[in-house]
Structure formats: structure tokens, C-alpha cells
Design a protein around this ligand. Structure first.
Ligand code: KPL
Length: 306
């Protein structure tokens, strides 16, 4: 099996770093400086203070990659349309793209270009931060679960490959409950950490912040129920706060985006709750406010007082 990882950000880079010794992979990313650094000195991955360098083929040019069986899509939501075009170029006729992205709506963007039978979804809790060109930090090897659709045999092959590479992985026939479970955790943590500019742990340790997490999560749970989703979380507020505590020192991906002046994934996270809420007649005023605040943060970046 040949794999291309589309998007060599934090997540794509750590996955590539682990898979490279066990399977044929190529990293594809438009960021020339990052790709150049990986090709020059290998991808450097720090874990618990130790840095290891590994040589991995990386390119900015999809046309230079031989056709692959699987494309793992790990770009930010704003680049999903580019990833769809890239996957269309890279995949063999029977090949499948799996999105490992945060939030809702990315699989639909890929499906519009590739067709639903060539798009799968996976949920990952791998924690990583991109440190700079060619350098990534692994925070934790949380499990990755591949959806059984559209191909059970490819899902099992991917989970096996991940496990062989030292990454915990499995396959689920009910991925939707995991997708929504992760969405709800992101709804509770990402926007609030970006607005308050705090590491994840502050949401669990400061009661006034935990109360805001509760508001965001309770609205999202009401939307999930109205959508008929069986959530994999027994107590969504407590479990979101537990994730904030377990990743206490981390900066959420949305806080990292805001600090870099990059577009955030607010539309596929809290924005998805607002859209689904409207469709199903469930009010989501707090998530609407979070969306407006994050969009204002994005728009005012050049004017920010340091
Ligand atoms: O997935 C995450 C993210 O930052 O996007 C959490 C779980 C909040 C960890 O930082």
C-alpha cells in the first residue's frame, strides 16, 4: 500500500514520522520552507525532550508523486478544497482519501470532488505541535479510529499499519458518535482557549472558565441529540474538562492559529454546531457568540496590542 499525507502540519508530520519506517509514504504540503527543511535534514520530532530525525520524502508538487492507494488528509479546514484537488491528482482509480481533520464538513468537501465512495473519515487524538520548518513536537500518542466506510479492508489495513508504526489505532462501524464526541470536546476547548489566550488546563482549573465550557458543550449536546447522534461520551461536560486537564500544558490548535495570525477552524467546530442547530431548530446563542468573537479575533489580528 502506498500512502500520501496531504498536509504536513503538526498532525500530518507526526503521522508521517511514525509511518515512514514501515510503509511507502510521501508528505505533500504547499509550504516550501517546511518541505525544503524535511528534504535537507530529515523531519525532526521531539518527544519528552528527546529529538529524533528521520528521512521522509516530502514535496510541494503532487505531480511528482507516484499514484497512491490512500491519501490521509490532515490539512486545516481552510485548505480542504486544495486537499481535494490534490487527492484527485494523487489517488489511483480505486484509491481512498481519509480525512483526519477536526470538526464537521470536511468529508463533504472531499466527497464533492472525489465522490462519497472514495472518502473515509477517521478520528484521532494524537497530540502534536509544529515548532517550525522541519520540526514537530509529539505531545501524546492518543488513539486513531478509522471509519469502516467506504472500505473495511482499507480501514483495517490502515489501523494495522498505524499499530505497526507504534500508533494506537482501531476501526469503528459507528464513527459518527466518535466524530461528534471529538467535535464536542473541540467546541468546549478550542474557541475559549483562543479567546482567553490560555493553555487548555486553565479551562479545567478556573471555575469561571469551566462554566463557559459547560455552556458551549451543553448547547452542542442538545444539537447532537436533535440530530439523533448516540454520543460516545457519558458526561460530555466532565469529559471535555478531563481532556482540558489531561492536555493542561497544550495550546489548543485554535489558540495556535490565532497566535500565528492564521485562519482558524471555527466554522467547522462551533460554526458547525450553529448551522446544525439552525437546521434542527435548536438554539445555540453561546456558540454563535464564540464564533463572532473568534472571527473578530481573526479580523483584528493586524491591529493587536502586544
Ligand atoms: O484537539 C484539540 C485541539 O487543540 O484541536 C484538543 C483536544 C483541544 C487538544 O488541544
Amino acid at each position: 500500500m502506498k500512502i500520501a499525507i496531504i498536509g504536513a502540519g503538526a498532525l500530518g508530520s507526526v503521522i508521517g514520522f511514525h509511518l515512514a519506517p514501515v510503509i511507502s509514504i510521501t508528505l505533500v504540503d504547499p509550504w516550501a520552507e517546511h518541505v525544503g527543511a524535511i528534504n535537507a535534514t530529515g523531519l525532526r520530532c521531539t518527544y519528552n525532550g528527546d529529538e529524533t530525525s528521520r528521512s521522509i520524502p516530502a514535496t510541494t508538487d503532487p505531480a511528482s508523486v507516484e499514484p497512491v492507494d490512500v491519501a490521509l488528509v490532515t490539512v486545516k479546514a481552510a485548505q480542504t478544497a486544495w486537499a481535494a484537488e490534490t487527492a484527485a491528482q494523487l489517488l489511483k482509480p480505486g484509491g481512498v482519501a481519509y480525512t483526519l481533520q477536526n470538526g464537521l464538513g470536511n468529508a463533504e468537501v472531499l466527497s464533492r470532488r472525489l465522490g462519497t465512495l472514495r472518502v473515509g473519515q477517521a478520528v484521532t487524538t494524537l497530540g502534536a505541535t509544529l515548532l517550525g520548518p522541519g520540526r514537530v513536537r509529539l505531545a501524546g500518542r492518543g488513539p486513531t479510529t478509522f471509519g469502516a466506510a467506504p472500505s473495511l479492508s482499507i480501514a483495517y489495513a490502515l489501523a494495522d499499519t498505524f499499530r505497526t508504526a507504534g500508533l494506537p489505532a482501531g476501526v469503528s462501524t459507528d464513527l459518527n458518535s466518535l466524530v461528534w464526541g471529538k467535535l464536542i470536546v473541540n467546541v468546549g476547548i478550542n474557541a475559549l482557549t483562543a479567546i482567553l489566550r490560555v493553555p487548555n488546563g486553565a479551562l479545567a482549573s478556573v471555575p469561571a472558565a469551566s462554566a463557559l465550557v459547560r455552556q458551549a458543550v451543553e448547547e452542542a449536546v442538545a444539537v447532537a441529540r436533535a440530530a439523533g447522534i448516540t454520543l460516545a461520551l457519558a458526561d460530555p461536560v466532565a469529559e471535555t474538562l478531563a481532556v482540558a486537564q489531561a492536555t493542561a500544558a497544550n495550546r489548543s490548535s485554535m489558540l495556535q492559529d490565532i497566535l500565528r495570525g492564521a485562519p482558524t477552524e471555527i466554522d467547522t467546530i462551533n460554526g458547525a454546531i450553529v448551522r446544525e442547530g439552525r437546521r434542527l431548530g435548536v438554539p445555540t446563542p453561546f456558540n454563535e457568540l464564540l464564533c463572532d468573537l473568534v472571527k473578530a479575533l481573526e479580523a483584528t489580528a493586524p491591529l493587536r496590542v502586544q
